[in-house]
Every structure is written in structure tokens, then in C-alpha cells.
Design a protein around this ligand. Structure first.
Ligand code: F6R
Length: 243
């Protein structure tokens, strides 16, 4: 694992955007795996700035997102589609037809997961997968479990995740209880992985991810086995890592 240290969120976002920009420049028709949440917002802002300066062209890029809440429509302001559209897609010259997010309105989980797995396979896999890190070590919505989940599946969200995400909803009762998520195997098959981690509240879990045993109880720990992972983290998040 390569760890890039940043002094703060701003620097972290710039460094992460550098890695993504390099990918887009070197392979203009690349497949980017994208994440939502607070961690990548600064990275997306940096990418938008670079696009506006004329340094980045997204016209050939395809995207595939990690996850989506089950039951939310695209126009729900808490859906991950809404997040991606407003934090990145509408600001750059990406072809929306080439952006992919699980369909939260599909009630048939087997059908939606099979569809999404086929989308990923038809794209030829993921060139660069961007990840955030959950407080319990989750990546996408792959929660701590007895086994590493493989392909796209429907998950019951853990109480800690519902608790962490309630800040975005009117009340905790409004937080969806299930989500569709890309599986760990698909994430591990991405040719490169970039994880962005910020803040003192992630210091304990980041230490486990980097230095702890590889265990499905800390899903992101499996990244230790991936041949090309870059973690960009700020000093607060790295405080317990002894690097
Ligand atoms: C969202 C996702 C999640 C988040 C994680 C961290 O697409 O995949 O795994 O990356 O919950 O969220 P933040 O960045 O809000 O701390």
C-alpha cells in the first residue's frame, strides 16, 4: 500500500485529484469507479476546477459507482445519484449515458445485482476505484461480516452506518435500512485503488486497515492484498498509524 500524507483536507483532495487526473489523461476512455460521502467531495471539486481550466476532458470517461440506497429515487436529495450529479457530473463534460449507479428503485434485488454485475463486466472492469472508509472499516456498503462479499449484493446497513448517515436525513427513521453495493471481489479486481481518508475520527480504523490483520471484520483490510493501492490521508487520520 502506498500512503500519501496530506496536512489537511484541502491538500488531501488535491493529491487525490492528481491521481485521478493522471488516470484520465493517460487513458481518456478509462472506467472510473466512484464513491459518495463527505470524503471525496473536495476531490470532485478539484477535478471540476481542472476541467474548467481546460486541463481535463471527461468526454470519453465511463463511471461506475459503488453503491446506492435501496428505495430512493434519483431525484431524492439523499440518493447517491443526486449526490454524483450535483457534486461532479453536472459540472463536467461527462456523457451521462456512460455513468452508472445501482438503481435504488428496483425492488427485485437479484435482478438489480445481476444487471449491475453485467454492466461492470461489459465495461471491461474498473481502471481506478475511488473509495472512502467507513468508521467500521466498510468500503462501499460492505459492512463487517464473517466473509468477504464477492459481487454486487443488497445489504442490511449496520446501526453504526445508519447512525453515521443520519446527519443527511430529516430524522434517523428516514435513513434507508438497505442498500445495493458493489462487492469486495469487484473492488479488488479494479486495476488501481485510491482511498481518501480524513479526520481524527478515522484514525483508529485507518490503523487497523493498514497495520491490522486482514479480516472481513474490517472489510477495507483486504486492500493490503491488492497490488496497486494508494491511500491519501490527512495527518489527523494518520495519527495512529506509526508510519
Ligand atoms: C459511499 C461509500 C461509503 C463511504 C464511507 C465513508 O459511496 O462507499 O463506503 O465512503 O461511508 O463516508 P464519509 O466519506 O462520509 O466518511
Amino acid at each position: 500500500m502506498k500512503v500519501l500524507k496530506a496536512k489537511d483536507y484541502q491538500e488531501l483532495s488535491r493529491k487525490a485529484a492528481n491521481v485521478i487526473a493522471a488516470q484520465v489523461i493517460m487513458k481518456p476512455n478509462c472506467v472510473l469507479g466512484l464513491a459518495t460521502g463527505s470524503s471525496p467531495i473536495g476531490t470532485y471539486k478539484q477535478l471540476i476546477e481542472r476541467y474548467e481550466m481546460g486541463d481535463l476532458d471527461f468526454s470519453g470517461v465511463s463511471t461506475i459507482n459503488l453503491d446506492e440506497y435501496k428505495g430512493l429515487t434519483r431525484d431524492n436529495d439523499q440518493s447517491y445519484y443526486y449526490f454524483m450529479y450535483n457534486n461532479l457530473f453536472k459540472h463536467v463534460n461527462i456523457d451521462l449515458a456512460r455513468t452508472n449507479i445501482p438503481d435504488g428503485t428496483e425492488p427485485d434485488s437479484d435482478k438489480e445485482c445481476a444487471r449491475y454485475n453485467k454492466v461492470i463486466a461489459d465495461m471491461g472492469g474498473i481502471d481506478l476505484q475511488l473509495l472512502g472508509l467507513g468508521h467500521n472499516g466498510h468500503i462501499g456498503f460492505n459492512e463487517p461480516a464473517d466473509d468477504f462479499a464477492t459481487l454486487t449484493h443488497c445489504v442490511d446497513l449496520q446501526e453504526s452506518t445508519i447512525e453515521a448517515n443520519k446527519r443527511f436525513f430529516a430524522s434517523i427513521d428516514d435513513v434507508p435500512r438497505q442498500a445495493y453495493t458493489m462487492g469486495i471481489q469487484t473492488i479488488m479486481q479494479a486495476r488501481k485503488v485510491l482511498m481518501v481518508v480524513s479526520g481524527a475520527d478515522k484514525a483508529d480504523i485507518l490503523d487497523k486497515v493498514i497495520n491490522g490483520p486482514v479480516t472481513p471484520q474490517v472489510p477495507a483490510s483486504i486492500l493490503q492484498m491488492h497490488p496497486d493501492v494508494t491511500i491519501v490521508a490527512d495527518e489527523a487520520a494518520l495519527a495512529k498509524c506509526n508510519l
